[in-house]
Design a protein around this ligand. Sequence first.
Ligand SMILES: NC(=O)c1ccc[n+]([C@@H]2O[C@H](COP(=O)([O-])OP(=O)(O)OC[C@H]3O[C@@H](n4cnc5c(N)ncnc54)[C@H](OP(=O)(O)O)[C@@H]3O)[C@@H](O)[C@H]2O)c1
Length: 256
Amino acid sequence: MPDSLVLASTVAVVTGASSGIGEATALALAEQGATVALVARRAQRLERLAERIASVGPTPLAIAADLTDAAQPPRVMSEVVAKAGRIDVLVNNAGVMLLGPIVGAPLEEWERMIDVNVRALLHCAHAALPHLLAAAEQGPRNVADLVNVSSVAGRKINNGSGVYNLTKHGVGAFSESLRQEITRRHVRVGLIEPGAVETELVGHNRPEILEDLASRPGLGSPMQARDISDAILYMVTRPRHVAINEILIRPTDQER
Ligand SMILES: NC(=O)c1ccc[n+]([C@@H]2O[C@H](COP(=O)([O-])OP(=O)(O)OC[C@H]3O[C@@H](n4cnc5c(N)ncnc54)[C@H](OP(=O)(O)O)[C@@H]3O)[C@@H](O)[C@H]2O)c1
């Protein structure tokens, strides 16, 4: 791998790497020379992606884990450090979006969103932070990055998205507090807030919710996962003295 690549000799962990934005981000970071740890539950998807990445960048690690199990985030980060030596970048991307009215909602859906979007994200940050702080004190970059993937829903509240809104607003609040705490130690905390992106995310909703969503105007033509990985790559490849704290990114024709 040429040393001229901007992420050469760095190690990045991407959660939710088995599809969508996480998959595109893992590829983008690897193309810039990072050794990427791919984390999600679907092991076969991770293995297939690892094969693709091995032809464009350093050999990645595929680590199957359900991040809602509190034992998994520390196990994952320890395995990454044991095998790759360090963690320079964490992209906290794994998430679920289960929409619909609050009245009568299946509580299991709320619990899944809180478990993945909030609890797993917090546990991954907690387990990775000592390693990010250590990486920021060392070459090759003397800076480290924690990127949390939120959503337009982390800023804008809609009828039918109450608990998803709650989780993503929480991600934004946590990110800003953490940023203030560690930025002087050169760990940058960045928040990505995408609008509609064509991925598997919406497909996990109940059929009646999908029908309702299809009848709602205003979302425009969705972006592609690569549009978001471009933004994440931009964020983590700035010079050491520049921190991009937040990127809100919508399809041009998305009104809400
Ligand atoms: N698509 C959009 O329009 C959009 C808009 C704004 C924000 N976002 C955010 O972008 C992020 C990525 O979503 P996406 O659109 O790329 O959707 P996606 O294709 O459904 O990807 C979600 C990823 O999360 C992983 N995941 C879910 N539960 C997990 C668990 N318990 N443990 C580990 N990994 C888990 C999934 O992998 P496994 O199923 O293999 O575990 C998958 O790789 C999410 O945080 C989402 O809220 C998306």
